[in-house]
Design a protein around this ligand. Structure first.
Ligand code: COA
Length: 158
């Protein structure tokens, strides 16, 4: 596991728990929704997450700390490119490198480009994707249900 990440979670590992990554399934819906609720103003429904999990092209990865889901990543593989759909870390576990670990892990299987839309007001997410090397593209006006604007970002991986 990434050295910087190991150092950052050191204090949390003092209780002997282990952080691991695994594929997400229907069994994780409840904790996924719990993290989504504390992370977004407009929260995806259980049906929407279920549809994503059913999609054969979905990339659905979770970070688990001592068995508890503490972060999730959802993307769609489009013939080697990756459309990043949604990503969140449990509030208690933020800024420890968990989203970076999830992103870096899924990017290993991307042969082309990774791309996403992010709420222009979401400073943490903008900083996160910028640090990961994503380049800013155009603005999509009123992209979200609540009519807020989105910034398109992309990263050439392979
Ligand atoms: C954005 C989000 C996923 C980041 O998750 P995280 O696990 O805390 O991210 P990391 O610890 O891997 O952060 C990596 C880098 O991103 C940047 N970053 C992350 N959170 C930040 C914040 N609140 N403010 C400024 N920069 C931030 C930093 O550069 C950080 O590196 P550093 O800790 O060495 O400074 C998390 O804040 C979150 O779940 N937000 C709510 C949901 C959301 O907005 N999702 C993204 C849009 S789909």
């Amino acid at each position: 596991m990434d050295q910087v990440f190991e150092r950052k979670v050191q204090r949390r590992e003092s209780d002997g728990q282990i952080l691991s990554l695994d594929s997400l399934t229907d069994a994780h819906l409840a904790p996924i929704i719990k993290i989504a609720q504390e992370s977004f103003d407009v929260v995806w429904s259980e049906k929407e997450f279920t549809e994503l999990l059913k999609n054969p092209d979905s990339v659905a990865k979770g970070a688990f700390y001592g068995g508890e889901l503490v972060g999730y990543f959802f993307g769609i593989d489009i013939q080697g490119d990756l459309d990043i759909i949604t990503l969140a870390t449990s509030k208690r576990f933020r800024q420890l490198g968990i989203a970076t670990l999830l992103l870096n892990t899924v990017l290993k299987n991307v042969r082309g480009e990774a791309f996403l839309e992010v709420d222009l007001r979401n400073d943490a997410a903008l900083a996160f994707y910028r640090k990961a090397g994503f380049i800013e593209g155009r603005i999509r006006k009123a992209y979200y249900q609540n009519k807020y604007d989105a910034l398109c970002m992309s990263l050439v991986v392979g």
